[in-house]
Design a protein around this ligand. Structure first.
Ligand code: MF3
Ligand code: CO
Length: 263
């Protein structure tokens, strides 16, 4: 498990700000009729324009820059000519490598008007992340995050996917420790300043059994129930937890691109 310096966290912040900016731009493209591969192409083009490298492309053979997971697809959906339809929910999971450090975030967006149930599911995934975030302070332990996420999701009547976990991130896309989205509290490493973690609840309307499609990537709920995903990269600093991948138009002070240092 790596403890990062403030200077390193600054670069990880830059990397995550690129991720956040591109996810915010992709949000505007989400509408019925758009092909998921158009989203992927846009994300890759914008990443390279900002001097970064798509983190997922080529990772263990993954073929695209973006993961687009629709409805019962949980994670790792491969962009294709499939068109988004009114009423779908689509999770966009995206990562980049910038100046030697990784950023990673995911969000589930509605396509047009969605059902009440779908909306509650999407909101619960996001809220579960924030419940986990509340636990990210020194002296707490990793599984306190897990427990808080599971508690919230199950209290809303949904289930937590157990096959995939959150993770440390920085010099690599996936580092120790693993951060499950379920489990009893008080276990695992203590949370310390300098830790950088990607917290990513994946939840479903039905049960948590997972099936992998023939493309060897796309994970779906076995019962085909709707699934949502929400992820941010979070740094623990002396002041507390900071979400590095939050897009904020106004907060330019949080950016630390090299250009800015030289300005
Ligand atoms: N965001 C995913 C994660 O946190 C990464 C996707 S894996 C890839 O694990 F293979 F699609 F790149
Ligand atoms: Co991740």
């Amino acid at each position: 498990m790596i403890i990062y310096s403030e200077k390193e966290i600054c670069t990880i912040r830059s990397s995550n700000q690129i991720v956040a900016k591109i996810l915010a731009e992709l949000k505007k493209m989400i509408k019925p009729g758009v092909q998921t591969k158009e989203l992927d192409e846009y994300a890759e083009m914008r990443t390279r324009a900002m001097g970064a490298i798509p983190a997922f492309k080529g990772y263990r053979g993954y073929p695209s820059s973006l993961c687009t997971s629709i409805n019962e697809e949980i994670v790792h959906g491969i962009p294709s000519s499939r068109k988004l339809q009114e009423g779908d929910i689509v999770s966009l999971d995206f990562g980049v490598l910038y100046d030697g450090y990784y950023g990673d975030a995911a969000v589930t967006y509605p396509v047009g008007k969605i059902s009440e149930r779908a909306r509650t599911l999407v909101e619960t995934a996001e809220k579960a992340f924030y419940k986990g975030l509340e636990q990210m302070k020194p002296e707490k332990r990793i599984s306190d995050i897990s427990f808080a996420i599971q508690n919230h999701v199950e209290a809303e009547g949904f289930s937590v996917i157990r096959t995939f976990v959150g993770h440390g991130i920085g010099l690599s896309l996936h580092e120790e420790p693993q951060v499950p989205n379920f489990g009893s509290p008080g276990r695992g490493p203590k949370i310390k300043p300098g830790m950088v973690l990607a917290i990513e609840p994946m939840i479903a309307v039905g049960d948590w059994n997972v099936e992998i499609l023939d493309d060897n990537w796309t994970a779906i709920t076995r019962d085909k129930s709707l699934s949502a995903h929400y992820e941010h990269t979070v740094a623990i600093t002396q002041e507390g937890a900071e979400i590095l991948s939050l897009f904020d138009d106004k907060d330019e002070g949080s950016l630390c691109f090299k250009e800015r240092e030289h300005a």
